[in-house]
Design a protein. Sequence first.
Length: 250
Amino acid sequence: MTFSLEPLPLAVAASAFLLAGFVKGMVGLGLPPVAMGLLSLVMAPVQAAALLVVPAFVTNVWQLVAGPRFGVLLRRLWPMLAASVVGTLVAAAILHGHYGVQATVFLGLALIAYAAVGLAALKLHVPPTMEHWLGPVIGAATGLVTAATAVSSFPSAPYLSALGLTKDDLIQALGLSFTVSTVALAVALAGGGALSLNMAGISLLALVPAGIGMVLGGWVRGRVSERVFRRCFFLGLLALGLHLALRPLF
């Protein structure tokens, strides 16, 4: 698969990664849903997913290595992570060649669900006794969503936030989960022929606007109320999700 060098796709891609990087720099997550939602307006979701691989991987590893408790979190979360990898690979094999309209609708529904959870600010709690079986279930569900939409933050992010982790541990746990999901997605895309050398090169270039966006987002973070920004962010995702989910009807 190759990427069109026409002005519109290039402009949308650069703008999408700039905005997605800004959001991630501002609130610590949101790069895949923002980038995928905008890119899917001008290209097939599978092509948008291929462009997302390098920026998502690099920014997630950056987030992962910022914390001091990698080993502790890996031992605690490995059942969820393993199930996420298996779920991504299995779902990608089943969905191969059937992305099109269905994937666009699925992405829209995933964004709606993600925005609804964020806007509701639900205070979920998962008792330690439930982690051994609920973790793999959440991981498998995350793998399905990742394979179909390239958005790996649902339902993994709400689940991790319900584990009662400290702020630093939660940021590192999210980075760990997103990194594993991105690697699994890259393997699935490469196996299906969607992640060619051409696409990998364009994805590498997408690091530039994404990195600029992250720097700007980090700068703004200390000057704007995060609560107000997060509400605007989730309202924007809700509108984008509704547009993508309903677009096939018009």
